[in-house]
Design a protein around this ligand. Structure first.
Ligand SMILES: *[C@@H]1O[C@H](CO)[C@@H](O)[C@H](O)[C@H]1NC(C)=O
Ligand SMILES: *[C@@H]1O[C@H](CO)[C@@H](O)[C@H](O)[C@H]1NC(C)=O
Ligand SMILES: *[C@@H]1O[C@H](CO)[C@@H](O)[C@H](O)[C@H]1NC(C)=O
Ligand SMILES: *[C@@H]1O[C@H](CO)[C@@H](O)[C@H](O)[C@H]1NC(C)=O
Length: 389
């Protein structure tokens, strides 16, 4: 189930990127050298339930600004079920839900005889999280610091570890306050290299209104303004352009309808089951509103994905990726060793860092060549060669 690919992948990526970026590199040597980050840093942002195509429903100048300055992936195949906790944990572990254990928002473990409930905010039982090790645990083991603003699981002790800095979950804390904390952590005397930021919208309103409702327009505009606020605060702190920012989501949203209803009671006696999770993967009576949790193949279930920063190309698009691929990408960006995972690292998402590697190689080559030349000319001078005269 878990592909073991440490050891072989890096060399293959290295070969790949030298080959592909060499001509580009020759054109942009000075800028790629200056863009090489002093210390790799990443900010991962999730706007819950931000469907991939919301950016085309209303004017979203800040998303488009980010896209022009970075890479957009058109289709991110998230994991089944297309719910908040399973997908947020996949993003930070690179594992499918059955491998990381967060298989739903509402769970009952018959072996533990314990329940996990997002609705009741009963999510702090470590046992439910410890089938996997999220990226912040690995990041901290490798000597780095993490800061988390409300990302699911970041206020839970997992394998004995909390993120270095984190905010206990409180949905009343404003987006602005969350951003302020992250900027403090990135710029503090003992700075973080990795930040995680979570915001509850547009998921909540998507459920209430349904994604096709025109009233979703102002909700999406508001998220765009929030992204604009984040960008302007990062610019003020001189972090924009210096750190890699990945803006994504856990899932999309689909219009549900009372005409496409399967009435469970017609098939199963209520006395024969307990409802664990009110999700399309179980059975509920939806009104004309939005829902998710459906098959992860459906385009409406897919999240947004935009990445901006020194490691990414500008104004570029990529057709597709799997949500499990985010984790190895994050590990690559942070320079930490990934644990075994279900994802794959795609070198062409980050050719700039390859460019930097090639730049380093060519720089070394140039220095070596100059040294060789100097030592040769010294030798020649000593020998009173014709070249010296
Ligand atoms: C499960 O836990 C509940 C209390 O939370 C208890 O009443 C019940 O007896 C337990 N069941 C088993 C099988 O241990
Ligand atoms: C949650 O945040 C709000 C707004 O900052 C605050 O007023 C409230 O006291 C917080 N609740 C808890 C339990 O900390
Ligand atoms: C971004 O790329 C598109 C085509 O892919 C092009 O039309 C547009 O002008 C580019 N924008 C910038 C700011 O380079
Ligand atoms: C996603 O993962 C599946 C299964 O490993 C693979 O067949 C598919 O090519 C991947 N898609 C992308 C876009 O990498």
């Amino acid at each position: 189930m878990l592909p073991q690919k440490r050891g072989q992948i890096p060399s293959r990526i290295a070969m790949n990127c030298y080959w592909k970026v060499l001509p580009i590199f020759l054109l942009f040597l000075p800028s790629s050298l200056s863009l090489q980050p002093a210390r790799p840093r990443v900010l991962l942002v999730s706007f819950d339930g931000f469907r991939w195509d919301y950016i085309y429903k209303v004017s979203t100048p800040n998303f488009h600004y980010a896209m022009e300055n970075g890479v957009r992936v058109k289709q991110v195949t998230n994991v089944f079920i297309t719910k908040t906790y399973p997908n947020h944990y996949t993003m930070v572990t690179g594992l499918y839900a059955e491998s990381h254990g967060m298989v739903a928002n509402e769970m009952y473990d018959p072996i533990l005889n314990e329940t996990f409930s997002l609705n009741k905010m009963d999510v702090h039982n470590s046992k439910f999280w410890e089938e996997a090790s999220p990226i912040w645990v690995t990041n901290q083991k490798e000597g780095h610091k993490t800061g988390a603003a409300m990302w699911p699981g970041t206020d839970v002790k997992i394998h004995g570890v909390f993120p270095t800095y984190y905010m206990p979950y409180n949905e009343s804390v404003s987006f602005e306050d969350r951003v302020a904390r992250l900027i403090d952590w990135f710029t503090s005397e003992e700075p973080i290299n990795f930040g995680l930021l979570y915001w509850e919208q547009p998921d909540d309103m998507g459920h209430v209104l349904g994604p096709e409702n025109p009233l979703m327009g102002p909700v999406i505009s508001d998220i765009d303004k929030k992204l604009g606020y984040l960008i302007s605060e990062l610019k003020k702190a001189k972090l924009w352009g210096a750190i890699n920012v990945i803006i994504t989501s856990d899932h999309g949203m689909s219009q549900s309808s009372s005409e496409r209803l399967i009435e469970l009671d017609q098939y199963v006696n209520r006395g024969l089951y307990t409802v664990i999770d009110h999700s399309p993967a179980v059975a509920i009576l939806p009104k004309e509103v939005g829902n998710h949790g459906y098959d992860n193949i459906l385009p409406e279930m897919h999240p947004i994905f935009v990445a901006v920063g020194p490691a990414f190309r500008k104004n570029a698009t990529r057709e597709g990726m799997n949500a499990t691929d985010l984790y190895p990408l994050l590990c690559h960006l942070l320079g930490i060793n990934p644990l075994p995972n279900n994802g794959e690292y795609h070198a062409n998402a980050t050719p700039r860092s390859c460019t930097a590697t090639v730049a380093r190689l060519i720089m070394l080559g140039t220095i070596f060549y100059l040294m060789l030349k100097i030592s040769l000319s010294k030798k020649n001078n000593r020998g009173g060669s014709a070249y010296g005269e």
